[in-house]
Design a protein around this ligand. Structure first.
Ligand code: OGA
Ligand code: ZN
Ligand code: ZN
Length: 363
């Protein structure tokens, strides 16, 4: 562990501001020891707070503050994990491994349901793959109605929507969505018209006895990063133009306005949405509209590059779990008369991250 006070000066220099240290004091006066929650607000911290003295031991440092002599003891490991520019909450491009199809292992990574269920380490590894690559495929799951809900329950909570707890993807006589036909579906993210958008999607295959009906996944963060590199002006347009997405039927009217590429406050890619089926007419001046369409076309062209898309076939008992804020998914066409049946549901990344953390902590 590097020492934090090694920079020589009259008073040891810390790479942390006094007000930050004081705000994060872990003592029992500052935090309720039963739950770790903070007992004061920022306005309670003296405006002229300064570091008066620092003493360092092997694993901790003790900071004494002016003007009130308050003392805080910090674990060096905790401070080290909070240096400037250390990792964030895991959701932005900084914490991802971006990929094209050729970067993925061959054979394509799949996890067996029996191993996933029996072994917490394997479960944690599969879920970490969802965080890192944006997806995982489980194979050998029960070929039974509603299994997708049991799979979601292994790491989180189903996000119920107007479609119900789950939705069936199969050919319907009167489809309210192109997904319920045999038509090809180009790469897209689901439900960008919801606020908040479902951050995870599961698709569980009950039957795929058709020619065609192959699945595809594409790393939308990678596509957005390529756009930023190849056409920074187009990238700027897509991160700063609000696009409205909508969906409705007789019982539901949904709308959300978001950019196609959403950045966090530091400018890192955090969410991508792309769905030409639910994107609405833009309300922009003609000049801005032209800029947008140029950028949108550029992004769509990158998304359509064959080397980005990984193709695979879902067989009965396979379930793909993917990050719906990052990956785009697609399928090829199949005959309307063919027998293909998937069940899908939505869930969320925060619960998945929690499960990973709990499994990791228990190792
Ligand atoms: C969907 C969808 C893909 C498929 O229902 O959202 O994209 O493989 N389905 O049918
Ligand atoms: Zn304190
Ligand atoms: Zn979809």
């Amino acid at each position: 562990m590097p020492t934090l006070t090694s920079v020589s000066s009259e008073r040891p220099a810390l790479p942390f501001a006094a007000v930050w240290l004081r705000d994060n004091c872990p003592c029992t006066e500052c935090r309720d020891p039963r739950n770790g929650q903070k007992l004061f607000g920022i306005a309670d911290v003296p405006v002229d707070v300064r570091v008066l003295d620092v003493t360092e031991s092997r694993e901790t440092i003790t900071v004494t503050f002016a003007p009130d002599g308050h003392r805080a003891e910090f674990a060096l490991a905790w401070l080290d994990a909070h240096r400037a520019d250390s990792a964030g909450d895991g959701r932005s491009e900084r914490d991802k491994t971006m990929w094209s199809a050729a970067d993925l292992d061959d054979p394509f990574p799949r996890w067996s349901w029996s191993g996933y269920r029996a072994d917490p380490l394997e479960r944690a590894a599969a879920l970490r793959q969802v965080q890192r690559l944006g997806f995982a495929i489980l194979s050998g799951t029960p070929v039974a109605d509603q299994t997708v809900l049991d799979i979601a329950a292994t790491f989180g909570f189903v996000r119920e929507t107007n479609y119900g707890r789950l939705f069936d993807v199969r050919v319907e006589a009167n489809p309210n969505n192109l997904a319920f036909t045999g038509m090809a579906i180009a790469p897209h993210t689901d439900n960008p018209y919801r606020d908040p958008v479902p951050t995870l999607q599961l698709l569980h295959c009950l039957r795929n006895a058709v020619e065609g009906g192959e699945s595809g996944l594409l790393d939308g963060f990678h596509a957005a990063a390529l756009l930023r590199k190849e056409d920074p002006a187009a990238f700027d347009v897509l991160t700063s133009t609000l696009v409205s997405f909508a969906w409705s039927d007789t019982g539901t009217v949904l709308r959300a306005d978001r950019p196609l590429i959403e950045l966090d406050a530091l400018g890192h890619i955090r969410e991508v949405r792309f769905n030409n089926r639910s994107m609405q007419a833009l309300n922009l001046s003609p000049a801005r509209t032209l800029e947008f369409y140029r950028a949108y076309r550029c992004f769509a062209e990158i998304i359509s590059r064959p080397d980005l898309l990984v193709s695979f076939r879902l067989e009965a008992g396979d379930c793909v779990i993917f990050d719906n804020t990052r990956l785009l998914h697609a399928r090829t066409a199949f005959a309307d008369s063919g027998s293909r049946h998937l069940q899908g549901c939505y869930a969320d990344l925060d619960a998945l991250a929690s499960t990973v953390a709990v499994l990791g902590a228990g190792r």
